[in-house]
Design a protein around this ligand. Structure first.
Ligand SMILES: [Zn+2]
Length: 284
C-alpha cells in the first residue's frame, strides 16, 4: 500500500448546509467565498487555502463512483424514536429536521455502483444527519449493504463520517455494533472484501465496531480517528496528548490504517485497491 504524505491536517468545520444549495460557500479556515461549482470541480477543497469542506453522502458518492452507475439501495426505514427521548429538544424533532435538511431518511446511503469499472456495494455516512451517528436504522442499513455485497459477491466499501453510536437510542444503538460486526463476519466467510474509508470524523461506537474491521483501511487526509475525542481524553487522563493525536497520519504510524490519501486521490486509490483485489495485473 503506497504511503502518501499527510502534510498537515486541513479539515475545517464549515457551516453545515441546510435546505437550498447556496451558490457561494465560505471557507471556515480562510474566510474565502468560493463559487459552489468551482468548489465541486475542486473536490470540495478550498482553492485558496486547501482546507477540506465536509462532504454530504451524495457529494461523496458523486466524487467516488463512475458517472451514472450509482443505484440507490437504501432501505425505506425511519427511526421510530424507541425511547421517546428528549434532551434540549425532542429526538423526534431532531430526526424530522435532519430528514428535511439532508433529504436522507437517516445518516447513511447505501447503493451499488462502479469504481473504475469494478462493481461495488457502497455505504456512505453523512455527518449532517445527527453527527452521522449510528442508531437502529443506520445499523440495519449497514448490515443490509453487507448482505447485498455477499449475495452479489462484490466488494463492500464503507465511507465513515460518524461521531459514533446515537445516544438518543441508548442501548439499542450499542446493539448495532454487534449487528454490523456479525454482518461483517458473513462478508468474511463469503470471502467478499471490505474496504473502509475513514473521513472526518471516524470515532465512537462506529470506530469501535464496523469501521475498524476492514480488510483494507484508507484514511482521508486530515481525518479524525479514535474512540473518545482528544478533549475528553485529555480531561479524563489529565495528560497532554502528543501532537497530531488521532489524526490520519498518527493512525498510519501506529498501524491503524493502511494508507492516508488526499481527497483528490481517493477515487484513484480505491480503483487500485479494487484492481489488486480483482487480480488485475499492473504494468511497470
Ligand atoms: Zn480556505
Amino acid at each position: 500500500m503506497p504511503i502518501r504524505k499527510d502534510s498537515k491536517d486541513r479539515y475545517v468545520e464549515v457551516e453545515l448546509r441546510r435546505g437550498e444549495e447556496p451558490l457561494w460557500m465560505r471557507c471556515g479556515a480562510c474566510g474565502e467565498l468560493v463559487f459552489r461549482r468551482r468548489l465541486r470541480e475542486n473536490n470540495y477543497i478550498c482553492p485558496r487555502c486547501g482546507a477540506y469542506f465536509f462532504l454530504t453522502a451524495q457529494e461523496r458518492i458523486a466524487a467516488l463512483v463512475d458517472p451514472d452507475t450509482f443505484q440507490d439501495l437504501t432501505l425505506p426505514l425511519e427511526s421510530d424514536d424507541p425511547l421517546k427521548f428528549s434532551d434540549r429538544k425532542p429526538y423526534a424533532d431532531r430526526l424530522r429536521e435532519a430528514r428535511e435538511s439532508t433529504g436522507l431518511s437517516d445518516a447513511v446511503m447505501v447503493g451499488k455502483g462502479k469504481i473504475g469499472d469494478h462493481e461495488v456495494i457502497l455505504a456512505v455516512m453523512d455527518f449532517r444527519f445527527i453527527g452521522g451517528s449510528m442508531g437502529v436504522v443506520v445499523g440495519e442499513q449497514l448490515a443490509h449493504a453487507m448482505d447485498v455485497a455477499v449475495e452479489a459477491r462484490v466488494p463492500f466499501v464503507l465511507v465513515v463520517a460518524s461521531g459514533g453510536a446515537r445516544v438518543q437510542e441508548g442501548v439499542l444503538s450499542l446493539l448495532q455494533m454487534a449487528k454490523t460486526v456479525a454482518a461483517r463476519g458473513r462478508l468474511a466467510r463469503a470471502g467478499v472484501p471490505y474496504i473502509a474509508v475513514l473521513t472526518y470524523p471516524s470515532t465512537g461506537g462506529v470506530m469501535a465496531s464496523i469501521a475498524s474491521l476492514a480488510d483494507v483501511t484508507l484514511a482521508e487526509q486530515g481525518a479524525l480517528i479514535g474512540f473518545a475525542g482528544p478533549r475528553v481524553i485529555q480531561q479524563t487522563t489529565g495528560e497532554k496528548l502528543p501532537p497530531g493525536f488521532q489524526r490520519a497520519r498518527y493512525a498510519l504510524e501506529h498501524g491503524l490504517v493502511d494508507g492516508v490519501v488526499p481527497r483528490e486521490g481517493l477515487r484513484e486509490e480505491l480503483m487500485q485497491v479494487l484492481d489488486v483485489l480483482a487480480g488485475v495485473p499492473h504494468g511497470g
